[in-house]
Design a protein around this ligand. Structure first.
Ligand SMILES: Cc1cc2nc3c(=O)[nH]c(=O)nc-3n(C[C@H](O)[C@H](O)[C@H](O)COP(=O)(O)O)c2cc1C
Length: 436
């Protein structure tokens, strides 16, 4: 029987999609400590999760009111983001099986340094690394890297495409058996099995070879998450794992069908890319207890944190609008689709901007589900059977407790139903994801 894949959603930060994480009474305060991230990874490894994933953005959110002041004051997503690649090293030494996914932008890094970092980490973790390829989209990020504005959408994807190709050439610049390590003869490696790259394209000029020998996986597992048509094409061409956020099952199913059918055009078997919709679970011994947990969590979210995030994704400075009135018609430069959907909801349900901020800050549109382990397993099983996803990425509401509740309650339910593995099938992340 086909089984699910499971991932944990993290940011090396005080919050993830839930803006209550850091102030939740059950959260252990440790987002600046290596042990905090190690413990989270160990919990998920106990639950046989495929991987722990870290999102990353390269600037503080400051679209709302034109300043970072409210983001910093209320600890919105993005106010703090440690470098996940460094955090991943700490996780690699404290775990043995779980994969580690790290976000790195193709717009603001160079293929050589990125290929080198990921090959290094693939060695140190013995083959458990994944790279979430993002193109970045904010002027505030561009302004931290010597530019005034971010690159045009189309150009960002052109650069990303060439970037991956150069990185792949670098990862292939050492053949599998290039290292000889013969102490007797003093021959360290076979130079015949190492090659220059000599890449010269529109965006990059790279000579190679890499200074890191070929790593256990050869190259990291490629993750992508793009919602635009171009983003979906890019994912269909390259991605081996896709995370997506859809508030409704119908949207998850539509996304799944769309990307899987695009893959055929690149001659790819749809099973070689695992699509994982995000879910925020609240697990309780009874449904009532789970709902209480959800309500307690949601009450802790400050409305401004959600409005900040919404301003950032839509590009609209919502600080100009009345907090206690419904959302008016406004011009949007950013993500139009999401803005329209929220505006419609606001009008239909009579929600004020304050209500929208609070709701958005609770999970940034990741669907919440509260119930007993069996009820949550039912919900996930139903989505899985309807082909809404090849598994799920779990976004926590408090740390590490949300993951502990899921691992101790829901994972055994899924295992009993034959829907999830009882152990890791091999040693590398590629083997865990059944990609080869
Ligand atoms: C679940 C999910 C996670 C994402 N994580 C990141 C991230 O960590 N960093 C980032 O810069 N963009 C992230 N993105 C944004 C996308 O990767 C992509 O760059 C963005 O959606 C713009 O591309 P598009 O216009 O093709 O959608 C994420 C998107 C989704 C749906």
């Amino acid at each position: 029987m086909k089984q699910m894949h499971l991932a944990g959603f993290m940011i090396a930060s005080q919050v993830i999609h839930s803006h209550a994480v850091w102030r939740h009474p059950q959260t252990e305060f440790g987002f600046l400590d290596a042990e905090f991230y190690q413990k989270i990874a160990q919990v998920l490894e106990r639950g046989k999760f495929d991987l722990l994933f870290f999102a990353d953005v390269l600037s503080l959110p400051d679209r709302y009111s034109g300043h970072f002041e409210p983001s910093v004051k209320y600890g919105a997503q993005g106010a703090i983001m440690l470098d996940a690649l460094v955090v991943a090293t700490a996780i690699a030494v404290a775990t043995k099986h779980i994969g580690i996914g790290i976000t790195r932008s193709t717009t603001y890094f160079q293929p050589y340094d990125l290929a080198r970092s990921f090959a290094t980490l693939d060695h140190l973790s013995r083959g458990r690394v994944a790279w979430n390829v993002v193109t970045s989209g904010k002027d505030s990020e561009a302004q931290n890297f010597g530019l005034d504005q971010h690159l045009d959408h189309e150009l960002r994807y052109e650069r990303a495409d060439e970037f991956i190709q150069v990185a792949a050439k670098l990862w292939d610049s050492w053949q599998d058996d290039a290292l000889i390590l013969d102490k007797e003869t003093g021959i360290f490696a076979d130079p015949e099995k190492v090659d220059y790259v000599h890449h010269a394209g529109d965006w990059f000029k790279v000579r190679g070879p890499l200074t890191v020998p070929r790593s256990p996986q050869g190259r990291p597992v490629i993750i992508q998450a793009g919602s635009s048509t171009q983003g979906r094409e890019f994912a269909a061409k390259w991605a081996e794992v896709i995370f997506e956020i859809s508030p409704l099952p119908e949207l998850m199913k539509a996304y799944y069908q769309d990307v899987k059918s695009r893959m055929a055009r690149y001659g790819r078997d749809p099973n070689t890319c695992k699509i994982l919709p995000a879910i925020m679970p609240f697990v309780g011994e009874t449904e009532a207890i789970a709902q209480e947990k959800q309500a307690l969590h949601n009450e802790l979210v400050h409305p401004l944190t959600g409005l900040l995030m919404f301003s950032n994704s839509s590009g609209v400075d919502l600080s100009d609008y009345d907090l206690d009135a419904p959302l008016e018609k406004v011009e949007v430069q950013g993500s139009r689709g999401q803005f329209n959907m929220i505006q419609k909801l606001s009008q239909e349900q009579g929600l004020t901007l304050r209500d929208i901020g609070k709701a958005y800050g609770q999970s940034v549109l990741v669907p919440q589900i509260a119930g007993t382990p069996a009820q949550i397993a039912d919900y996930l099983e139903d989505l899985f059977r309807q082909e809404a996803g090849d598994g799920f990425i779990i976004s926590p509401a408090y740390l590490p407790g949300s993951f502990e509740d899921f691992v101790d309650g829901v994972v055994p339910e899924l295992q009993q139903r034959g829907l999830f593995r009882r152990d890791y099938p091999g040693t590398t992340l590629r083997e865990t994801l059944i990609l080869n």
